[in-house]
Ligand binder design. Structure first.
Ligand SMILES: NC(=O)c1ccc[n+]([C@@H]2O[C@H](COP(=O)([O-])OP(=O)(O)OC[C@H]3O[C@@H](n4cnc5c(N)ncnc54)[C@H](OP(=O)(O)O)[C@@H]3O)[C@@H](O)[C@H]2O)c1
Length: 301
């Protein structure tokens, strides 16, 4: 199967491309810098600069992962605009590709898995959060809601859409864990603020399997929480990480310091949601890494 992936060069996309190639599929990657992206991808990947460039070899499925990194820079108004617009622009490209294929009488993709994030729900305190939980209105919610609405337009072309509201993706060599590891390895890690905020997380391999699961099962559509069934609070996360590294976790980062250092972006560290993968579990998806100690053991072994 030809699977077109936006953001295929990223932390999640690279692993997804490796899995697709291993299963005998043909990944088609959209990247702003194809030359650079090719260096990080299996040679079987066809990398081009835009989704429309694949109109001559219509993909059978779409995976939408691209977007400006949420923690790349302090959130001033220009950066917030970039976070939203980078996602809307790439998602719109996929809708335009479907439009072009339809106009040309070419086959349309059967399914699309489009990324969203736990941020869809905003700050939820200690409430259990499923796909039905009403969101808290704040910047990250509005970002995800616009991203999801843009993706929904593919449904007009008969494309089945599954949205993954992704938790913190864990693995070696990238993502948040890579940023957290240096202080924890030095024994200088600790919780953020009072540590009671929830940090839904998922092992990168489980996320990739969940994306494949959603691509393959014709009966699944709508939003799916993509996080392990056992979320932890930030304090538990810090303790488990420190324990796995055989270090203490006794240096909390006070909330006011994070707010001064990061501005509004500190909400990413200081608020959260006890997100549960209700719909994935009901659909029969099995997590290879259901608990944080198992996931961190495998990653840091
Ligand atoms: N990793 C996590 O913990 C996590 C958690 C929740 C949600 N998510 C979401 O899941 C998606 C995949 O995550 P990831 O960790 O794989 O992301 P990533 O490593 O940051 O990769 C995303 C890709 O998007 C492209 N991109 C970056 N900035 C862009 C911009 N301004 N405009 C257009 N394209 C841009 C890049 O590809 P090129 O440079 O090749 O164009 C990049 O490789 C992201 O959209 C992210 O928001 C991730």
């Amino acid at each position: 199967m030809r699977v077109l992936i936006t953001g295929g060069s990223g932390f999640v996309g690279q692993r997804l491309c490796e899995r697709l190639v291993a299963e005998g599929h043909e990944p088609q990657v959209v990247s702003r810098s194809p030359k650079q992206a090719r260096r990080h991808l299996p040679q079987e990947c066809d990398v081009r600069e835009s989704a429309q460039a694949f109109v001559d070899s219509p993909p059978e499925a779409l995976v939408n992962l691209a977007g400006e990194s949420i923690a790349a820079k302090r959130w001033n108004e220009a950066q917030k605009k970039e976070l939203v617009e980078s996602r809307l622009k790439v998602t719109q490209q996929l809708v335009t590709l479907c439009e072009r294929l339809k106009e040309n009488g070419q086959p349309l993709p059967k399914a699309m898995v489009s990324a969203s994030a736990m941020g869809y729900y905003g700050d939820q305190g200690d409430k259990k959060v499923t796909e039905e939980t009403p969101p808290n209105d704040e910047f990250v919610h509005r970002l995800c809601a616009q991203w999801e609405a843009a993706a929904k337009e593919v449904e007009e072309y008969g494309v089945r859409l599954a949205i993954v509201r992704i938790g913190l993706v864990l693995d070696a060599g990238g993502g948040t864990l890579q940023k957290m590891l240096p202080p924890f390895k030095l024994g200088l890690g600790g919780r953020f603020g009072d540590g009671t905020q929830f940090m839904p997380w998922i092992h990168r391999d489980d996320l990739v399997e969940a994306i494949l699961f959603l691509l393959k099962d014709d009966s699944l559509s709508g939003p799916f929480n993509a996080s392990a069934p056992n979320p932890v609070t930030n304090a538990e996360f810090a303790q488990t990480l420190a324990k796995t590294l055989h270090r203490p976790a006794i240096f909390p980062a006070p909330a006011f310091v994070l707010k001064i250092a990061l501005g509004e972006m500190a909400r990413l560290l200081l608020t959260g949601a006890d997100m549960r993968p209700k719909r994935l579990e009901e659909a029969g998806f099995t997590f290879q890494y259901p608990t944080l100690d198992k996931a961190l053991d495998a990653i840091l072994r």
